[in-house]
Design a protein. Structure first.
Ligand code: K1U
Ligand code: ZN
Length: 176
């Protein structure tokens, strides 16, 4: 298994439109395992393949506290089931330490393939509905800060630069 580097905002590669997965083969299954390892390591609840620079329609998610709720969505289609939108404070592993409210429909239908390539349909609400829409946005090259004001986007860019600098500092080898 491997930890994959996560692209950070405003990396232009995050704007790439993901292509459908043609076959759920061993390469895809290895990528799924690596994405889970990467997501758990980063303390996230979801991860889209776009965020690890793989531009295919693949999402992993686990909303549980104990890694017991692993979910895979391949070639997902998401349809809102309600018109009304509700605010939720979102975060993003590609925009570290930036959190803000985004309004989305609170109930959606998901049609997708699971990690074995088996089709399923599910109607979901709450955090799962929020998270799948956030991850679908990644597959379409959209980042949650796109919904915020220009000022907040500029602040998010500054914040990410600062966080990455700080992370690099901690990774620097100790000089002898
Ligand atoms: O796409 C991603 O980067 C994953 C993202 C998913 C997400 C979280 C909250 C709302 C919408 C989408 C994260 O996991 S951000 C990580 C995080 O800070 C967080 C973890 C648990 C709950 C809430 C936020
Ligand atoms: Zn995200």
């Amino acid at each position: 298994m491997a930890l994959l580097p996560i692209l950070s905002y405003p990396d232009p590669r995050l704007r790439t439109i993901a292509q459908p997965v043609k076959e759920v083969n061993d390469d895809i299954k290895t990528l799924i395992k690596d994405m889970f390892e990467t997501m758990y390591d980063a303390k996230g609840i979801g991860l889209a393949a776009s965020q690890v620079d793989r531009h295919i329609q693949l999402i992993v998610m686990d909303l549980s506290d104990d890694k017991s709720g692993a979910r895979v969505f391949i070639n997902p289609k998401v349809t809102p089931l309600v018109e009304e939108k509700q605010p939720y404070e979102e975060g993003c592993l590609s925009v570290p330490e930036v959190y803000d409210e985004v309004e989305r429909p609170n109930k959606v239908r998901i049609e997708a393939l699971d990690g074995k390539g088996k089709p399923f349909v599910e109607e979901v609400e709450g955090l799962l509905a929020v998270c799948i829409q956030h991850e679908m946005d990644h597959l379409n090259g959209v980042i949650f800060v796109d919904y915020l004001s220009r000022l907040k986007q500029s602040r998010a860019r500054d914040k990410v630069r600062k966080v990455l600098k700080q992370r690099d500092k901690h990774l620097e080898p100790v000089k002898a």
